[in-house]
Design a protein around this ligand. Structure first.
Ligand code: UD1
Ligand code: CA
Length: 446
């Protein structure tokens, strides 16, 4: 859906004291992407006219990689959420329409839920809609005081009368997400005061103002898990778990088999085609693409790689950035592949390191093969031809190439190219000494 007269403000300037971190709170990651990145992506998917991120002065540069070309409004002092939104007034002075306020520390909110929320505001024909949720654990949240769908006011935790401070039963809470008509927002923000427990300009106070002006603001309730905010690391873990649960559900609905969904970790950008089977305890770092019909066996770790259709990886394999595993290839236990093109139908079934290499189709890499890609100063490449056979426990000292259909004898240290069809043999010649062992053992134990 294209919402032409929509602008989105993302609040992210808060200090995040409860994270006890040198990193700004919204840069803590969920599934490998900083929370702010999740919110920016969701905002972008609504195709608004503008996205403005509110940041503290020292955060601007660290936010930039996540905010792209969107404008960053600087809030020089953190005087509260109302003040934060006011910092975007200049950037939005020519904008007329709905202003959707999102929080950088509420990363799980979904685009379709936001669309329904905005639609509900239009349906109610009101300049203010607030997204709420109901919970038994209301402590810490602003409370929505409602009369049916009608929103009367929002009271922050610290401003609750003592007798209401500890919740009893389910309460209506503020998610922080709001949609406000631009025509009303700026005048309302002018009216905010700091006569509250925290001495801040609360954005939430506009609810009461709107109500007094008979603007009929509404509360719109969604499942609390969608608006889970992150204030500390425990919250961060709850959000991570929920994100992973949602991703695995989405994959399963898209024909991916997960044999043990709760044990698999996805990255925000993991791509898995239909008819892929993923075993237990698989970890996907950023940048992984798995094509259809591939199988990832338990305890494999993949990052920055492509696995082509029909390939089988693991168990206990590590596929690192820059690796492409060809169609129907086999990568077995304790094999590490880095920055390498591993050909169609090629096999490395056991205990191997293949780095900075090209492995031809149908090549067979014996157990214990190591590409010696690093001499302590520079990295060099190993080329292995189509159908080549590398005997077990070979060291291929790069730069080196093994020709098509060539063979390397087990236990070789290969320092010179092996031409097509040849045998490379580079190991000490074996000598057998007759009777030696028999005599040795016959001396018996002392
Ligand atoms: C806020 C809401 C509360 C709601 C809760 C939901 C207010 C006054 N309270 O409380 O009703 O239940 O979120 O999670 O709005 N920020 C700025 N500049 C500031 C202050 C905050 O940009 O000066 C940003 C923060 O980075 C954060 C968001 O605004 O992304 C919320 O701030 P936070 O301090 O976490 O508010 P809460 O106390 O959680
Ligand atoms: Ca918060």
């Amino acid at each position: 859906m294209t919402e032409s007269n929509l602008a989105i403000v993302i609040l992210a300037a808060g200090k995040g004291t409860r994270m006890q971190s040198s990193l700004p709170k919204v840069l803590h990651k969920v599934a490998g992407l900083p929370m702010l990145g999740h919110v920016v992506r969701t905002a972008e998917s609504l195709s608004p006219q503008k996205i403005i991120i509110v940041a503290a002065p020292d955060q601007v540069e660290t936010f930039r990689p996540l905010t792209g070309t969107h404008e960053i409004a600087v809030q020089s002092q953190q005087l509260g959420t109302g003040h934060a939104v006011r910092c975007t007034e200049n950037a939005l002075k020519n904008f007329s329409g709905d202003i959707l306020v999102l929080y950088g520390d509420v990363p799980l909110i979904r685009a379709n839920v936001l669309q329904e929320f905005i639609a509900a505001k239009h349906k109610a024909n009101t300049p203010l809609a607030v997204m709420g949720f109901r919970t038994l654990h209301a402590y810490g949240f602003g409370r929505l005081v409602t009369d049916g769908d009608k929103l009367l006011e929002i009271i922050e935790q610290k401003d609750l009368p003592a007798e209401h401070a500890n919740s009893n039963g389910e309460e209506n809470c503020n998610s922080g997400i709001m949609c406000i008509s631009s025509s009303q927002l700026w005048p309302w923000l002018q009216k905010l005061q700091t006569n509250n427990a925290q001495g801040e300009y609360y954005l939430t106070d506009i609810a009461k103002i709107a109500c007094h002006e008979d603007k009929n603001p509404i509360a719109y309730f969604v499942p609390g898990i969608l608006t889970q905010g992150v204030n500390d690391r425990f919250d961060l873990s709850k959000v991570e778990v929920q994100y992973q649960k949602q991703r695995s559900y989405d994959f399963m609905m898209n024909a991916v088999t997960l044999l043990s969904p709760t044990t698999v970790t996805f990255s925000y950008d993991t791509q898995i085609a239909p008819d892929v089977i993923i075993g237990a305890n698989v970890v996907f770092g950023p940048g992984v693409v798995i094509e259809s019909g591939a199988e990832i066996l338990p305890f494999s770790h993949l990052e920055g790689c492509t696995v082509r259709s029909g390939a089988r990886i693991g168990p206990f394999a590590r596929i690192r950035p820059g690796a492409t595993i060809g169609q129907n290839a086999r990568i077995g236990n304790f094999v590490e592949i880095k920055n390498a093109q591993f050909g169609d139908g090629a096999k490395a079934n056991h205990l191997s390191y293949i780095g900075d290499a090209t492995v031809g189709a149908d090549a067979n890499i014996g157990a214990g093969t190591i590409t010696c890609n690093y001499d302590g100063i520079k990295k060099s490449r190993t080329e292995i031809g189509t159908g080549a056979f590398i005997g077990s426990n070979s060291a291929l000292v790069a730069p080196v190439s093994i020709g098509e259909g060539a063979m390397v004898a087990a236990g070789s240290v290969i320092t010179k190219d092996v031409e097509s069809g040849a045998l490379g043999l580079a190991r000490a010649t074996q000598k057998n000494i007759a009777h030696w062992a028999k005599e040795f053992f016959s001396k018996g134990k002392i």
